[in-house]
Design a protein. Structure first.
Length: 107
């Protein structure tokens, strides 16, 4: 991986995951050229994002240009993470709380 590609990956993921805050535990990015020197639409970007207390988010995109594959995969990964966090937040809000009622003595 070139320095330019590495910087591009960091910049895109920092931007798209900035709203996730501290919920992101780790991010793995795999870049590959499926067909090698034969060319074609074969540049793949696979992103795995591990969140605390939620399932892993895995997004893959394949394009003719590696930068485009990175951009598209990062955008989709960011949307998926935000959607998962929102669903988790809604699930936590929907859990009923147990209220304890105590009878006060008369008098």
């Amino acid at each position: 991986m070139t320095d330019a590609l590495e910087n591009h990956v960091h910049k895109r993921l920092d931007f798209t995951l900035s709203r996730a805050g501290r919920r992101v535990r780790s991010v793995d990015v795999r870049l590959s050229d499926i067909n090698g020197p034969r060319g074609g639409i074969d540049k793949r970007c696979l992103i795995e994002i591990r969140l605390y207390d939620l399932p892993v988010v895995v997004v893959e995109d394949t394009q003719a240009n590696l930068y485009t594959a990175i951009d598209r995969a990062a955008t989709r990964a960011g949307r998926t993470v935000i959607r998962r966090l929102a669903q988790d937040s809604a699930r936590l809000r929907a859990v009923p709380t147990q209220l304890a009622y105590h009878r006060l003595p008369d008098g």
